[in-house]
Design a protein around this ligand. Sequence first.
Ligand code: C2E
Ligand code: MG
Ligand code: MG
Ligand code: MG
Length: 272
Amino acid sequence: RAKADGKGAVRCFTRDLEDEYNARLVQEGELAAAIDNGEITVVYQPIADLFTGQILCLEALARWHHPTRGQVSPATFIPVAEASGLIDRLGEWILRESLKRAAKWPSSVQVNVNLSPQQLVSGLFPKILANILQETGLSPSRVGIEITENIFVDFSDNVLVQLSAIKAQGVRLVLDDFGTGYSSLSYLQMVDVDGLKIDASFLRQLPDRKVEAIIRTVTRLTADLNIHLVAEGVENVMQLQWLRANGVHFGQGFLLGRPKNSPPVDWIDHLP
Ligand code: C2E
Ligand code: MG
Ligand code: MG
Ligand code: MG
């Protein structure tokens, strides 16, 4: 009986892998078509001044409306795009779309776009960015590129050169999801970032003595480095009040505004 179970387990395991492989193939094909068929859209979520409610920036977030499966999360399809090499085409499309849109906002409002580490493999990204800036006429100072600490996993001179080439155009670099993953303070020394976004997982744990110490320390660190700090995942008034009381000026989260196709571009009018 044990033997039969064992065999069954092996067969099941193989079939699961096969299913997963097929699902992936379908998705890759579907994702390629989705870009051409207009199933991918971009929504924008405000990053606001927590004291005044002024919107400083809108982060571009990709959405996929699958014809039969409905909404597919970027947490699902971005990795598929990365693994299949589609991320270059998808990322360029999202960047162009976002910068075109931002050109219609008041000039005080910036746009942030997420960059996958995979988009730095070809070496072409800085040139693509320069072309899109030129096409859209958007001032580079209004554009932020959000990178995560994953970019440092396969860190090379090639990556460093491209990050410098991005900055040399006058575009801001922002370190996203700070404090999770492969955090190392030495990255802040290696790359000249203009801002940090502290990961939502910290705010979610408030109130907590250790987490409070960590957020306060990051606040102090960014102040000393003279760079911006954005708190991610502001969901309730308790968190908002804690951030204000501890000198965190900027935030993003459902309390301030959800990602929307046409978000407000001036003020968060319902700010508590
Ligand atoms: P991220 O860049 O850290 O974006 C923030 C994510 O947190 C978004 O999820 C946003 O909808 C969500 N969020 C914002 N405020 C709150 C809140 O108060 N509570 C909770 N629970 N969640 C909140 P989303 O849009 O599902 O994107 C997930 C991740 O997928 C992004 O994390 C980013 O890493 C990636 N992603 C999304 N769009 C793109 C893209 O165009 N290119 C690349 N390379 N990655 C993208
Ligand atoms: Mg981001
Ligand atoms: Mg983030
Ligand atoms: Mg995050």
